[in-house]
Design a binder for this molecule. Structure first.
Ligand SMILES: *Cc1c(COP(=O)(O)O)cnc(C)c1O
Length: 404
C-alpha cells in the first residue's frame, strides 16, 4: 500500500480515514478461496465498517452481509446485496426489527435465546410467514482474546448452551412458523489462535450430527462466525487455509454450506486514520503530541487499550517518548502512550494504521465534533465516500425543536 497521505490531506483536510479497496478485495478473495472445496458464503460483518461504498464494494465481489441491527440490514439491501445472502444476528432484536427482517425475507435470523425464538415465532405467525432461523450456540470455549471482544464463554451474553439449543431446535421444528436452517457460533474477535476455534467448531459440528440422527433436523448452513485476527503490532496470525481446513474436517460427511462472517480480517488493515499535529507540550517529565483527531473518531485505544502503529510522516530522526492525545476533554482520550516519536511541528501529519475496522463505525459526536471524512482508494484513484460532518449536520435534529 503506497498512499500519498499528504496529497489526501491537502484535498480533503484532516482528520480523515482512507481505505484501500484493492486490499479489501484481496482479503475477501483469500478467504473465499480457502473454502473453495465447499459451498460457502462469506458474509461480511457490516459493523466493522458500514460505509455504503465499502459494503457495496464487497457485495460486488459476491459477499453477503452479517448484520447486527435492522439499520445494517438496510445498508446491505440498499447497496444491492441479495436478500438471500443477508443474516441478522444480535442478542437484543426488537419486535420491530424482527418484523422488518421477516418482511425483507433475508436468508436467516440468528436467534440468541429461547425468549427471542418465541418472539420470532409470534411475529412470523402474525405476518403469516415462515421464519428461517439459525441458533447461536455458545460453546463455552475461551477464545484467548481481550475480554471485551470475547463472546464464546457462558459468562458472555451471547448465544445459548448446547442443551438450550437442542430444546430450541425441537421447538422450531414443531412450529408452523419457524424453519430451522442454520447453526451459528462466534467466539470472539481478533482471534490469533486456531485451537479454540477448532474446539468450538467441533462441539457445534457434533450438535449438527446429533440433530440429524436423533431429531431428523437437517440444517443447511453452518455459520462459523468471524473473528480472524489481523496484525496490529507483531501478532502471529491464523493461516486462512488451516482455518478452513479445521472447519472442513469438522464437517466431514455433512452436506452443509459454510458461512463465515469476517469483519476485521477484511477491512482492518485496509484503513488508516490520518490526523495532524496541533501542538506539542511537556507537563513535568511527560511529553504530549496533541493532534486534531480524538477518541470520538477512533475509540479503540481508549476502549480496549488497543495498539495501533503510529508514524509521523516525513520525519524519522530524534525520537523520544510521548503520549499521542486528542482535544477531547477526557484523560482517556489518547491514541498511544509512551511511544517513541520524532519531535513534531504544527501541521505534521500523523498516520494511525490498521484503523479500517471498528474505527469510523464506533465514532461519535462527543464534544460536538463532526465525524470525519472517509476516502476510498481504488486502482490508484481516490474518491470521497463520506463527507465530513458540518456543524449544521450536528444540530439538525435539535434546531427546529428549540423553544423560543
Ligand atoms: C462482530 C461479529 C462478527 C465479526 O467479527 P470480526 O472479529 O470483526 O471478524 C461476526 N459475527 C458476529 C455475530 C459478530 O457479532
Amino acid at each position: 500500500m503506497n498512499i500519498n497521505f499528504k496529497e489526501l490531506a491537502n484535498k480533503y483536510q484532516t482528520p480523515y480515514y482512507v481505505y484501500d479497496f484493492d486490499y479489501i478485495t484481496k482479503q475477501y478473495q483469500e478467504l473465499k478461496s480457502a473454502f473453495r472445496a465447499r459451498k460457502s458464503l462469506i458474509s461480511y460483518a457490516v459493523k466493522a465498517n458500514s460505509n455504503l461504498s465499502v459494503v457495496k464494494h464487497l457485495g460486488d465481489q459476491g459477499a453477503g452481509a452479517d448484520c447486527v441491527s435492522i439499520g445494517e440490514v438496510k445498508r446491505a439491501l440498499k447497496v444491492g446485496i441479495a436478500k438471500y445472502k443477508i443474516i441478522f444476528s444480535g442478542v437484543g432484536k426488537t419486535d420491530d426489527e424482527i418484523r422488518q427482517a421477516l418482511e425483507f425475507d433475508i436468508l436467516m435470523i440468528n436467534v440468541e435465546s429461547e425468549a427471542e425464538l418465541k418472539r420470532v415465532d409470534l411475529m412470523a405467525k402474525e405476518l403469516d410467514a415462515k421464519a428461517r432461523i439459525s441458533i447461536r450456540v455458545n460453546p463455552n470455549v475461551d477464545p484467548k482474546t481481550h475480554p471485551y471482544i470475547s463472546t464464546g464463554l457462558h459468562e458472555n451474553k451471547f448465544g445459548v448452551d448446547l442443551d438450550t439449543a437442542k430444546r430450541m431446535y425441537i421447538f422450531a421444528k414443531q412450529s408452523d412458523n419457524l424453519d430451522p436452517i442454520g447453526i451459528h457460533c462466534h467466539i470472539g474477535s481478533q482471534l490469533t489462535e486456531l485451537e479454540p476455534i477448532k474446539e468450538s467448531i467441533n462441539i457445534v459440528a457434533e450438535l449438527v450430527r446429533n440433530l440429524s440422527s436423533a431429531l431428523k433436523i437437517e440444517l443447511s448452513f453452518f455459520d462459523v462466525g468471524g473473528g480472524l485476527g489481523i496484525v496490529y503490532d507483531d501478532e502471529t496470525l491464523i493461516d486462512t487455509n488451516e482455518y478452513a481446513q479445521v472447519i472442513l474436517e469438522a464437517l466431514f460427511g455433512i452436506d452443509i454450506t459454510v458461512v463465515c462472517e469476517p469483519g476485521r480480517f477484511i477491512v482492518g488493515n485496509s484503513g488508516t486514520f490520518v490526523t495532524k499535529v496541533l501542538y506539542e507540550k511537556v507537563n513535568g517529565a511527560k511529553r504530549f503530541v496533541i493532534v486534531d483527531g480524538a477518541m470520538n473518531d477512533l475509540i479503540r485505544p481508549s476502549l480496549y487499550d488497543a495498539y495501533h502503529k503510529i508514524e509521523v510522516l516525513e520525519k524519522t530522526k530524534t525520537k523520544s517518548s510521548c503520549n499521542v492525545v486528542g482535544p477531547v476533554c477526557e484523560s482517556g482520550d489518547f491514541f498511544a502512550k509512551n511511544i517513541e516519536l520524532p519531535i513534531t511541528e504544527h501541521n505534521d501529519l500523523v498516520a494511525i494504521y490498521s484503523a479500517g475496522a471498528y474505527g469510523f463505525t464506533m465514532a461519535s459526536n462527543y464534544n460536538t465534533r463532526g465525524k470525519v471524512a472517509e476516502i476510498a482508494l481504488e486502482d490508484g484513484k481516490d474518491r470521497l465516500i463520506r463527507r465530513r460532518e458540518t456543524f449544521e449536520d450536528l444540530i439538525a435534529h435539535e434546531e427546529d425543536l428549540l423553544k423560543n
